[in-house]
Design a protein around this ligand. Structure first.
Ligand code: G6P
Length: 606
């Protein structure tokens, strides 16, 4: 949550920090601030967006070292005072922080008793005051930070500067990501590579418990025991261009439109036409191991969880292994039974979602075998897992997930095909799925061509106070993701239900004012779904059907017809019209599509 950027080198820090913060704005955007060091610390911070901050930073804001932050409020409302950085009372130490300090109240009381004057309601400010006290007795800033952090209970990614040491930035990580960027006689740090790729592709991810000192000529990393650690830089293949809107009005529309290409990238080099199997080199499992699992348990948060539901369905159908998905945020708190013959799969676009990471760590502690389906190479979840599948979908910037969702579902189809073909799935069915997967990119293009029609439908339905999304079995996770997209970006209330459950309660909500989006593929449940539509229409409910054919006007007011694939793969295609529907509803309602209120792209707090 929130974004951090730090710079030390020969150039003016402020423009670099502002540019980096703009790249991180999707992580949090209720307030922003920066501080540079130049014969003392100079700070600007405001409630609002990075653009508002840029407007108050003077053109001459000299200083070649600095730290910046864009915030998603946890402790204290969005305000100028609560924005980061936070300074010590003597304005010697400045801190930016992501994460949550759980013992902040207790530390604050002690520090206040000791004369510290707090000016914000944040948990972070305790760190500034703590470090200001330890820095006096320490030989180095890193020692002062390390000593202060020993008193902290909670999670953090931090960057700290000291006015009296104008050549160095100290960063540390525990639960909130920090990545270093190595430049030419300059160093960067950020909470996400998005802020770095404009300047360098050489990065180093800090592990939990690690701390690093950055100077213009290099960096040193230390483990929790204060000993130096050796780190190999990694080259990231994401480019600055990935972070531009590329002529689209919003990142969301750009990312929806990229799906033919991103799905093709997830598939590239992974389908074997000879044996009709998928090759997933990163699984780190031989065929014997792949055969040994009796259950698959999938965890993830938000859209990642819904794509996991599609994944569970694919694994049960193609590999005939019992599989289910659960929100990682629930899984980690319920003391799950971890079984040796269960394969655990963690899903995360960012690879940094704290609830998912904590669930993976708990699984590992208990001896579970965990695969990651992750988009961000080298991210915390990817590093923590025993193996996995990278999506190669390129960075996803808009808060609402689209291309990562479809690529995750495709990755699950590959995993299910792989697990199926080393078990009972026939070569003929393997071939059917391989061919179906290859058809996806072109079929997605066909669906994207329906955008004018879907926009009209969005304009028609956007004024609904509430919408119902229903689907059966394969269609149910699609309905859930459709409802999720609509609420996230248009703020229209949306509920998703299995179509079969409608008559057991939610039918009471149906009436002319609550339209239903029904996912109705041409599968073995078609007739049952059409019966449900009849029940909705009989209560005066309006129906927008998304499926493979147009329905009798008695059953549906409107239909979006998508191309057919293999029934197991249809959910991937059925999702795409719902993304466009949510997008155009949000635009029609004048919403901030890429940065919806109250949300953030990666939730790196509990
Ligand atoms: C946040 C975002 C969601 C996203 C979820 C999981 O809640 O707002 O859009 O689906 O995190 O993110 P991940 O990076 O783990 O896939």
């Amino acid at each position: 949550m929130c974004g951090i950027v730090a710079y030390v080198g020969p150039k003016d820090a402020a423009p670099i920090l502002l540019e980096g913060l703009a790249r991180l704005e999707h992580r949090g955007y209720d307030s922003a601030g920066l501080v540079v060091s130049n014969k003392g610390l100079k700070m600007r911070k405001v409630k609002g967006r990075v653009g508002d901050l840029a407007a108050v930073v003077p053109a001459r804001f000299k200083g070649t070292l600095g730290i910046g932050h864009t915030r998603w409020a946890t402790h204290g409302a969005p305000s100028d005072a609560n924005a980061h950085p936070h300074l010590s009372t003597d304005e010697r130490v400045a801190v930016v922080h992501n994460g949550v300090i759980e013992n902040a109240d207790e530390l604050r009381a002690k520090l206040e008793a000791d004369g510290a004057v707090f000016v914000s309601e944040t948990d972070t400010e305790v760190l500034a005051h703590l470090i200001a006290r330890t820095v006096e007795e320490s030989d180095s800033l890193e020692e002062a930070v390390r000593t202060a952090l020993k008193r902290i209970v909670g999670t953090y990614g931090i960057a700290v500067i000291d006015a009296r040491r104008p050549g160095e930035v100290v960063v540390a990580r525990n639960g909130s990501p920090i990545v270093l960027g190595i430049g030419e006689k300059e160093m960067f740090a950020a909470s996400d590579v998005a802020a770095l790729v404009r300047y360098t592709r050489q990065v180093v991810h800090l592990e939990d418990g690690e701390l690093a000192v950055l100077r213009a000529d290099g960096f040193t990393t230390f483990g929790g025991d204060a000993r130096e650690t050796a780190k190999e830089p990694l080259t990231v293949d994401w480019e600055a261009g990935h972070y531009d809107t590329g002529g689209y009005e919003h990142y969301l529309l750009k990312e929806i439109s990229e799906q033919p290409e991103t799905v093709a990238r997830t598939l590239r080099g992974r389908l074997d036409d000879r044996f009709h199997i998928a090759h997933l080199g990163g699984l780190n499992m031989d065929a014997r191991e792949s055969r040994s699992f009796r259950r698959v348990k999938i965890i993830g948060c938000g859209s990642a969880y819904y794509s996991g539901q599609i994944g569970a369905q694919l694994i049960e159908e193609l590999a005939r292994i019992p599989a289910d998905a659960e929100p990682a945020s629930e899984f980690r708190y319920r003391s799950p039974v971890v079984e040796p013959d269960t394969l655990y799969v963690a899903i995360s676009q960012s690879g940094e979602t704290y609830d998912t990471l904590a669930a993976v760590q708990e699984l590992k502690r208990k001896g579970g075998r965990v695969l990651g389906i992750v988009n961000t190479v080298g991210s915390a979840i990817a590093r923590e897992c025993d193996g996995g599948v990278y999506l190669h979908a390129g960075p996803e910037v808009s808060v609402a997930s689209t291309k990562a969702f479809t690529s995750t579902a495709v990755a699950f189809a590959l995993l299910a095909l792989h697990l199926g073909r080393v078990r009972d799935l026939s070569p003929a069915d393997g071939r059917r799925i391989c061919e179906g997967l290859r058809r996806l990119p072109r079929q997605i293009e066909e669906i994207l061509a329906l955008e004018p029609q879907i926009k009209e439908l969005a304009d028609k339905y956007a004024d609904a106070a509430s919408m119902m999304f229903v689907g059966r079995v394969r269609g149910y996770p699609v309905a859930r993701e459709g409802a999720q997209k609509l609420k996230e970006i248009s703020y229209v209330h949306a509920e998703a239900y299995p179509a079969s459950e409608l008559k057991h309660g939610p039918l009471a909500l149906i009436g002319p004012e609550t339209p239903t989006v029904a996912i109705v593929p041409d599968d073995e449940l078609l007739d049952k779904n059409l019966t449900t539509l009849g029940e909705i229409r009989a209560r005066g409910g309006r129906v927008l059907m998304v499926g493979h054919r147009t329905a009798d006007p008695k059953l549906a007011d409107d239909c979006v017809v998508v191309p057919r694939n293999e029934i197991e793969l249809d959910p991937i295609l059925l999702t795409i019209p719902l993304q466009l529907l949510a997008y155009h509803a949000a635009v029609a309602l004048g919403r901030d599509v890429d940065k919806p209120r109250n949300l953030a792209k990666s939730v790196t707090v509990e």
